[in-house]
Design a protein around this ligand. Structure first.
Ligand code: SF4
Length: 401
């Protein structure tokens, strides 16, 4: 029988390496790295976080997408959602003829145009159990790029559901990874999940566990973030905490601790193990990028620039970490900086809309911190540095030789 499900690559690395270098490599980033992650240019000093940009999961997903295009040159290749949350990478795939499937107004993905002759890429964040089964029923080739760290969270959520614990997931209910992760609980009869976005929502859950909640208001708050038929009186008796891989790790740990304390209040310290489980499922790449940016902002910075998709969870968290220490500009792409006009387009931390600012680089010598989310390719980081320098009338040509 012909193999139609792939998740280990096609052994075509040699064939796609040139394209990956052309599309994503940066001589500027190499030059900054070679200089100890610090580049002095005129009166500007650029300091790059030690860990930034593409993570192992994104590297793998992008490589696998390029391999898929090479392996099936004559077939329709579809992608469920976005391969990762980066507009440049997604545009590259589109230019290679990969067709993007989107959700219908907040509902399901439209798979109606897919046939058994087609190839479908599953993104690094994974797809829901329901979507996986729908695609399996079509009989198309599936190339699954779900990151191993996401699969680890799924295993944890499955084990909670199997053992009768509700999975309380610290994450964003609308994020594709969290949709996919929470759906794993539904593989088991009676499997339940609840998604909490932050500590404020976790406190609502904790209050309910301790017997201080209001049922109607609880159900209204979590209407879009819980399993069908979720009953807080029944389903908060035993919970297991997990997280979307890209959340703020400190907040995730604090949420788990709050839930544990509430279980102790409700059932007594000796019985906590029967009612509470936890496992830190922040991925190591997210942790390393958050740790690296904390080190970077421990030194004085005049400006911080964070590069990555506005819908990239890990990028927005990097920007949130920085904002208290330095004026922080979260830009989606290097093109957000216009050296001619001296402007920057950015999305302020926690805002929903982009802003544009003129004269954003203060006069005088400046130290500028740079980092990028796990879905940002190096060429966009290098171009950002070049455009900041150009805003000051400086060129990197001499540095690049
Ligand atoms: S951010 Fe973490 S979980 Fe997501 S793709 Fe990268 S390594 Fe995997």
């Amino acid at each position: 029988m012909e193999q139609i499900y792939f998740r280990k690559g096609f052994g075509l690395k040699g064939a796609i390496e040139g394209a990956l270098v052309a599309d994503y490599h940066s001589r500027v980033v190499d030059a900054v790295r070679e200089r100890g992650y610090c580049l002095a240019l005129g009166d500007l000093t650029f300091r790059l976080a030690r860990e930034f940009g593409f993570c192992y999961g994104v590297d793998r997903a992008v490589e696998y997408a390029y391999e898929t295009r090479t392996k099936f040159p004559d077939r329709h290749v579809f992608l469920v959602g976005e391969i990762i949350h980066n507009p440049h990478v997604n545009a590259k795939l589109q230019s290679m003829g990969v067709e993007f499937l989107s959700r219908e107004a907040g509902g399901d993905f439209d798979f109606t145009g897919i046939t058994a002759q087609d190839v479908v890429l599953l993104p690094a964040f994974g797809v829901t159990v329901k979507d996986f089964e729908r695609l399996r029923a079509v009989g198309c080739v599936m190339v699954d790029t779900t990151c191993g760290s996401v699969l680890n969270v799924w295993k944890r959520v499955e084990s909670y559901a199997r053992d009768g614990y509700t999975a309380v997931i610290h994450g964003k209910a609308y994020h594709e990874e969290t949709k996919a992760t929470s759906s794993q609980a539904t593989k088991f009869p009676g499997g339940r999940y609840l998604v909490v976005r932050d500590m404020a929502e976790a406190r609502i859950v904790c209050d309910y566990i301790e017997g201080r909640g209001d049922r109607a208001s609880f159900l209204a708050t979590f209407a879009q973030a819980m399993a069908d038929g979720f009953d807080p009186d029944r389903d908060l008796e035993r919970v297991g905490v997990a997280n979307q891989t890209t959340m703020l790790s400190g907040e995730s740990l604090a949420i788990a601790e709050e839930v544990r304390k509430s279980m102790a209040v409700r059932y007594g310290a000796a019985s906590v193990a029967e009612h509470f489980r936890t496992f830190d499922t922040i991925c190591s790449a997210t942790q390393e990028r958050q740790d690296a940016v904390l080190k970077l902002i421990a030194e004085p910075l005049d400006v911080m620039v964070v590069i990555g998709g506005y819908n990239s969870s890990n990028t927005t968290h990097l920007a949130a970490i920085c904002q208290d220490r330095a004026p922080t500009f979260h830009i989606e792409d290097s093109a957000c900086i216009d050296p001619e006009a001296g402007t920057i387009r950015f999305r302020p931390v926690f805002a929903h809309a982009e802003e544009q600012r003129a004269d954003w680089l203060p006069a005088g010598p400046l130290t500028i911190g740079i980092t990028a989310g796990a879905s940002t390719p190096n060429n966009k980081i290098g171009e950002t540095i070049e455009r900041i320098a150009a805003t000051r009338g400086l060129s990197l040509e001499a540095v690049l030789g």
